[in-house]
Structure formats: C-alpha cells, structure tokens
Design a protein around this ligand. Structure first.
Ligand code: 4NP
Length: 163
C-alpha cells in the first residue's frame, strides 16, 4: 500500500502527515507493507526542507522532519500510489483536475479518516500564528490513527485461512 499526502507547498501540512503517519505505522503496525510519501501541487518550495515553524512544532512532539525535502506532484504519482490524500479542497480539486479518470477515486480528503474532528480540511498554517502549526499536528495525528485503522481493516490477517 502506497500512500501520498498532498498540500500546496509540501513544506508544512503534507510533510507533517508523512512523518506522523510513518511514525505511527513503524510503532503500531510494522508488519504492514505501507510506503509513505508527500508532495505539493505548487512548485514554489521544491528542494526545500519543511518550514522551520513546522519542524520545531513537530520536534516538540518527537517527530524529526529534518531529512524531508519538498517536491511537486508528478504524473507518475497517479499510478504509483494507491491512496492520494489531500489536506484541503483546493488541493483535492487540483489533484482531480490533473489525474487521469482511472485514478480519481484514489484521491480523497485526508480528514475523511478523522470523522470525529469538526472540520474536513487541514487549514494552511503558512501565513498564520503558532497555533496553526499545533492545529495541523492535532488534526494530522487524529487522521493518521483513523487511516491506520482503515488500512488494517483492508489487510487480511495472515494465517486466518490456514488449515
Ligand atoms: P503547505 O503550506 O501547503 O502546508 O506546505 C504552504 C506553504 C507555502 C505556501 C503556502 C502554503 N506559500 O504560499 O508559499
């Protein structure tokens, strides 16, 4: 299972989702064959590390994002990934416009996996205050748990049909 998280710049929200989800899989479900990546729909920050405010907020919760670098969504991503999860509707729409018809149903809002939160979009923290970065982490941690539950439910238990 290959999962791609997508936001606008790939320096705040989607790299946060990438690191948080990778961490929860490593900790709670290392047996699941899950690959994780992130990308942006805009190319402004290609090659850059995550935003320093994002990195610092993540580090306070134990996530080290220093090795990540921004990249832009490419045409091959639509065939390479099984699930492409957008942080907000603007990026969902941009992805759906670019995707071939067969890939469109793989593109969803990440917060579909956090139905208990009172929002459906991870707000862009870039031009806001420090609370925005904490809110991104709160929403991403909630949706990462829900996504892992969803993927577990899709994965047949090994040995369940063994004789
Ligand atoms: P992200 O945040 O999409 O969560 O990475 C942003 C990063 C940069 C810009 C906007 C949003 N920007 O306008 O440069």
């Amino acid at each position: 299972m290959k999962i791609l998280f997508v936001c606008l710049g790939n320096i705040c929200r989607s790299p946060t989702a990438e690191i948080v989800f990778r961490e929860i899989v490593t900790r709670e479900a290392p047996e699941l064959p899950i690959e994780v990546d992130s990308a942006g729909t805009a190319a402004y920050h290609v090659g850059a590390p995550p935003d320093s405010r994002t990195r610092q907020a993540a580090l306070r919760r134990g996530y080290d994002m220093s090795a990540l670098r921004a990249r832009v969504v490419e045409a091959q991503d639509f065939s390479r990934f099984d699930l492409i999860l957008a942080m907000d509707r603007q990026n969902l729409d941009a992805l759906r416009r670019r995707a071939p018809a067969v890939a469109r149903e793989r593109i969803r809002l990440f917060l579909e996996f956090a139905p208990e939160t009172d929002t459906t979009e991870v707000p862009d923290p870039y031009y806001g205050g420090p609370n925005g970065f904490e809110e991104v982490l709160d929403l991403v941690e909630a949706a990462a748990k829900g996504l892992l539950q969803h993927l577990r439910a899709l994965t047949p238990t090994r040995g369940a049909n063994a004789h």
